[in-house]
Every structure is written in C-alpha cells, then in structure tokens.
Design a protein around this ligand. Structure first.
Ligand code: EPZ
Length: 420
C-alpha cells in the first residue's frame, strides 16, 4: 500500500481541471443494464470505484472497458442477475444495480452493502420503493432477493429520517422506467447526479420529468435503447480544490466547474471571506483578506453537501474564530476529527456537532485515512501544516479522486507517494 507525503507551506497557484463526477458515473454505468444495446459514456474518471463498477457489470454479463475516459458497454450472451458479496461489499454504491436488474430482468439478487465508517447506511428506502412497484422482496443470507412477474407504476413517498436518499431515488427510478404505468416519487433526491442519471435514462428512451425537484414522475415504457452520454463534472472535487486554494492562501483557476451545482458551498466560502469569481465554466478562487470562521450544517441538496464537511473542517481548523459544524446526514461522519487534532487542530465533538476553534497553524504528522472524504481533508490539512504529513491507507482517496496528488503537484504542492 502507498502513503502520501506532503510538505506544507506552499501557496497553490495555476490552473486545474475537474474530472467527471464519481457519484454520477456509478449509477449511470448501472443504468446500462437496462438495455441490450451498446452505450458510450464519456468523461469517466479513472477511479477505484469506477473500476469496481466495471467489474460488477462484467460479472452481470456486460462487456465494459474504460479507455482514455470513455466507457463502451455492450451485452454478452450470458446475462446474470446476481451481484455478489465480494464485489458489493467493497463499494456500497454497487447496490444501485438492484433497480436496473429488477427493471430489465424482473429479478435481482444483490448483496446487502453493509455499513461503512461514516454510518450504518441502511437500505430501507430502496426496498420500500421497489415494493411499491410490486416486487416481492426478501432478505436471504445477506442478499436482497427481489422478483416481480411485472412492475406496476405507483405513487410513493421516499423520504427518510435524514431526508431524501440519492441512491434509493436512483434505484427506484431505474426500476420504474420499464414498469407499466406512471410512477411518482415524492421526497426524491434533487442532487445533480440524480438529474444526470435521469437525463441519461431519457436519452435511452425513458420518460422522466421533474428530476432535480422533490417530485419525479416516470411514465413506464416497453424498451430502452443504447445512448451516448457525457458525465457532469464532479462538484465535490471542485469544492475540494476550492478549499485547497483557500487553505494555502493561494490563487487558482478551476476549469470544468458547473457553478450552479455549488451554491451552498460558495455561499459559505464567501461568507468566510473567500474571493470566488466565475467565467463560463472556470472558477477563480483566492483570499483577498483574512478568512473568518463560519458555521456549517450539512443538508440534502441544494443544502451544504455532507461530502464537503470534512474538507471545510480542515479550512476552519486554521481559520481564526469558532466554527460549529453540524452533520445532519451522517451524524457519525467525524472520523477525521481525531486525525486533525493529531495535527494540532482544536476540535471538540458534541454528538452531531464538531466545535472547531481555529489555530495559528497545524503541524505535520503521520495520519491515517479512514474514508474517502476524510482522506481529502487530511491532504488539505497537510498542504498547510508545518513540515511533513504522511497519510496512510490512501486507497480511500483513490476511490473518488482522479490523480488528486498530480493535480495538487501541478499547482505547486510538494506532494508525492511512498511505499508504506
Ligand atoms: C450518496 O450516497 C453518495 N454516494 C454519498 O457520497 C453521499 O454522501 C450521499 O449520497 C448523501 O449525499 C453516491 O452517490 C455513490 P443517501 P447514498 O441514501 O445514496 C439515509 C462520497 O463520499 N438512508 O442519500 O448511499 C442514510 O443513512 C459518498 O462520495 C436511509 O435512512 O446516501 C443517510 O443518513 C459518501 N435509508 C441519508 O439517508 C435508506 O434506504 C442520505 O443517504 C437510504 C439512506
């Protein structure tokens, strides 16, 4: 295993381009199971998670290869409806093959994804949705077994105790596109990645309206054909790079950014004193004056994204003042607090809140990545920490960021890999 070494203290400067969105490409690759025709997906980031999803598609009877950012998916003869434990357990998002398998084959056997470091990760809303469509669902030896002689459109409420669910919305949408009749999903997730999936499904011949709002309507059709689609830019990578500019007091231009996907984050960064200007799909981020602490509460889109919580905590840990960060999506998503405190941060956890008292500086230290966004948070802290930070278990980082260390290095960061 590799570790990432960062010598802190360099102000980042220059240009960087954001890759395609991980949380868009994963359900869109799963959606190719809904047709036997070939599909071409462009701007696919070369990530650990992308390659896991390609392995799952191959196990389900598809030919799927990533070559220079383009994935071509075509069907082999032997379709399979079982997504097995050893693949699903490595990546929770692979649970989103449930909907398309059920939609296309009217049967699916998908391993329960299990929890992960950021929380229990239940799937009750996924199962509620497919049951509403008429599927018989049982749990057998750690697998969800679903089957239906036919799927019938229906109205359903898909909100949970933590609000809407991104992948439950995706799964139900993908099961409903080939159902008979109309499906209405109330309290649907509004994330841009859900919109991107719906746009791809409509290119395949689906009839989906209202995506991006809390009420999505799906008119079932008999057949979906192949399509070509370009993945939207990764708003979380864009946000992470914005924080990299601010935490190092640098000045960077980030290309391939859809500004409208980052409203809540940009609002908070400007409140903290950041200067953020945009021209088309390029955003320039710098500090023209001292930053000040702000309070953050994570919410479903368009609220402040939970996937940016760890990263902004790094920034607040070296910003004068007190910042209260409240995590309303995954109340346990604070594994990064202990590691930041090892670097000299002053963060106190109080239930779903983290109280961050900004310090003058962090000190480099050996730290351990625990999950994808915590890894990014530690890399950001390392950029500003005094002396050297070494981050172990960076396979977590490789799951969701395409060559982040290369992008940071091109912006001037002193960052490299070493063997553990
Ligand atoms: C997606 O996960 C993202 N992953 C996550 O990004 C992201 O943090 C999350 O949405 C929230 O925005 C992908 O898109 C691949 P949810 P998902 O269902 O769909 C609860 C990253 O770092 N819930 O929207 O699995 C759940 O426990 C990853 O890129 C239920 O209660 O998340 C959570 O508290 C991490 N029952 C809340 O809803 C359910 O059936 C939102 O989860 C499903 C979810």
């Amino acid at each position: 295993m590799d570790k990432l070494i960062i010598e802190g203290g360099v102000k980042l400067k220059g240009e960087v381009t954001v890759s395609g969105a991980k949380n868009s490409v994963l359900p869109i690759l799963a959606a190719t199971l809904l047709t036997d025709d070939a599909c071409v997906i462009k701007d696919v980031p070369n990530l650990r998670d992308t390659n896991t999803m390609l392995k799952i598609l191959r196990a389900l009877g598809k030919n799927a290869e990533l070559d220079k950012g383009i994935v071509t998916v075509s069907s082999l003869k032997n379709t399979n409806f079982i997504a097995d434990y050893k693949l699903v357990s490595t990546m929770r998002a692979s649970f989103c093959v449930l909907g398309p398998l059920l939609g296309k084959l009217k049967k699916a056997k998908v391993s329960l994804p299990g929890g992960c470091i950021i929380g229990v990760r239940p799937v009750d809303l996924h199962l509620k949705g497919i049951k509403c469509l008429g599927a018989d669902v049982s749990i057998e030896s750690g697998y969800v077994v679903a089957k239906a002689s036919r799927l019938r459109g229906s109205r359903m409420y898909l909100g949970g105790v933590y609000g809407s669910s991104v992948l439950a919305t995706d799964n139900v949408m993908m099961a409903a596109v080939l159902a008979q009749g109309k499906t209405v999903i109330e309290s649907a997730a509004c994330e841009p990645e859900v919109v991107d999936l719906a746009e791809f499904l409509n290119k395949m011949g689906a009839k989906i309206k209202g995506h991006g709002t809390p009420v999505i309507e799906i008119e079932g059709v008999r057949h979906l054909h192949g399509a070509t689609h370009t993945i939207i830019p990764d708003r979380i990578e864009a946000g992470t790079l914005m924080i990299a500019a601010l935490i190092t007091r640098g000045d960077i231009c980030i290309k391939n950014v859809l500004f409208q996907h980052l409203g809540a984050l940009i609002d908070k960064l400007e409140e903290a004193g950041a200067s953020i200007t945009k021209k088309d799909t390029t955003v320039r981020v710098r500090c023209k004056r001292r930053l000040r602490a702000v309070n953050i509460t994570t919410l479903p889109y368009p609220g402040f994204p939970t996937d940016m919580q760890a990263q902004i905590m790094s920034l607040m840990s070296v910003t004068p003042g007190i910042s209260v960060i409240t995590e309303k999506i995954y109340p346990d998503r604070f594994m990064h607090v202990a590691e930041l405190n090892r670097m000299g941060a002053h963060i106190q956890r109080e239930g779903p809140h983290a109280i961050v008292e900004g310090v003058k500086g962090l000190s480099g230290a050996p730290v351990m990545a625990s999950d994808l966004r915590a890894s990014a948070c530690l890399a950001l802290a390392g950029l500003v920490a005094h002396a050297r930070t070494s981050i172990s278990r960076i396979y977590h980082l490789e799951r969701g960021y395409e060559n982040l260390e290369g992008k940071l290095e091109r912006l001037g960061a002193k960052i490299w890999r070493e063997k553990e």
